[in-house]
Design a protein around this ligand. Structure first.
Ligand SMILES: [Zn+2]
Ligand SMILES: [Zn+2]
Length: 351
């Protein structure tokens, strides 16, 4: 599915390669970046592997997962790497090996939502609905403090996935399902969105029916199918005030992108909200600095004054694992650095 158009040109990543060749090119660019920034190797290799998977180069993707798992020091998120490896293997005829890996992950429950989500969605994608539901439930039980507390953002998507699979199984709502319904902000209620008949028709073999359903549901369902195995943020670029001043002094060509710092911050929150309401998962913010932006321009053999470089810079920072998830909790400090709680700063309803 095609994500919505970015609301504010350069702030949002446009890196959406479509052809297999584009994905290979992007994977190779990320592997070069990994050589340049060895400290960010893990997120970069995971992202490169995702592009290889999208290009159908699944064996090469497996090689990257194996490299990460064999690395010294070991990967920071071994369970996530294993889950992604299993999801990939299952896609190209290595079901038995994938199942062994998944059983191993479920036996040592991961603490990060992403690994759980990949496991549960992999099972779901292969119509293993009962084990998928069990994995979602184990994850939600482990990661959501209680239905009364504020639910951390990554756990929200586990609740949504669990709701979807339970609808497919025809199970009655429990407290977690009620919570998922309450957290869902789209205009189409979750129960309609996750209607089994509708979800099945997304897998229909009738192209016209499929296209009509996809078009109708695109904005609501967002990129959930594309998001399978792709826990990567859509990054929006934030310039701290002093960095923005320095950037515009050095490259006045970029002034049209950023009229004032305050407007930049307001735009950024508005962009993220627009993407969120269109169903884009995994939103995040990356912070730019002038020296790192200049280094990036040099590595791409172009001038920093070239505004079309900004989104690619954001994508690369996100690929290096530098994105902070958005939105913050309402009581957490705002992403803008004001020191005020998000709910009383850029998180107010007014914006
Ligand atoms: Zn519901
Ligand atoms: Zn703020």
């Amino acid at each position: 599915m095609t994500p919505p158009d970015p609301p504010h040109g350069s702030t949002v990543s446009p890196m959406r390669p479509d052809t297999p060749a584009d994905h290979i090119t992007e994977a190779e660019r990320l592997l070069r970046t990994a050589a340049q920034y060895p400290e960010d190797r893990e997120p970069l290799l995971l992202r490169a592997a995702a592009h290889l998977e999208l290009a159908g180069a699944r064996t090469r993707a497996t090689t990257l997962y194996d490299d990460l798992l064999a690395a010294t020091p070991p990967p920071e998120h071994p369970q996530l790497v294993k889950a992604l490896k299993a999801a990939n293997l299952w896609e190209y005829g290595h079901e038995a090996e994938a199942r062994i890996i998944i059983d191993g992950i479920r036996a040592t429950p991961p603490s990060d939502a992403a690994a759980w989500e990949i496991v549960a969605e992999t099972l779901e994608a292969h119509d293993e609905l009962e084990p998928s539901e069990a994995a979602f439930t184990a994850a939600v039980t482990a990661l959501v403090p209680s239905p009364d507390d504020e639910v951390p953002y990554p756990a929200q998507s586990l609740l949504m996935g669990r709701h979807r699979v339970r609808r497919l199984l025809g199970l009655r709502h429990d407290d977690w399902d009620v919570l998922a319904d309450r957290l869902h902000t789209g205009s189409v209620p979750l129960d309609e969105l996750h209607d089994p008949k509708r979800l099945w028709s997304l897998g229909s073999s009738d192209p016209a029916e499929l296209q009509a359903e996809i078009t109708r549901l695109r904005s609501e369902l967002g990129s959930y199918r594309t998001a399978l195995s792709r826990p990567f943020p859509v990054a929006v670029l934030l310039w701290p005030a002093d960095e923005l001043t320095e950037l515009l002094a050095a490259y006045p060509e970029l002034e049209s992108e950023y009229p004032t710092h305050e407007a930049h911050l307001t735009d950024l929150e508005a962009s993220l909200r627009e993407l969120a309401s269109a169903g884009t998962p995994n939103l995040g913010i990356v912070q730019g600095t002038v020296p790192s932006y200049e280094a990036f321009a040099a590595s791409e053999s172009t001038a920093p004054s070239n505004a079309s470089l900004l989104p690619q810079y954001a994508t690369t920072l996100a690929a290096r694992g530098r994105a902070t998830p958005w939105p913050p909790a309402r009581t957490a400090p705002c992403w803008c650095g004001s020191g005020t709680a998000y709910g009383e700063c850029h998180g107010t309803a007014r914006i």
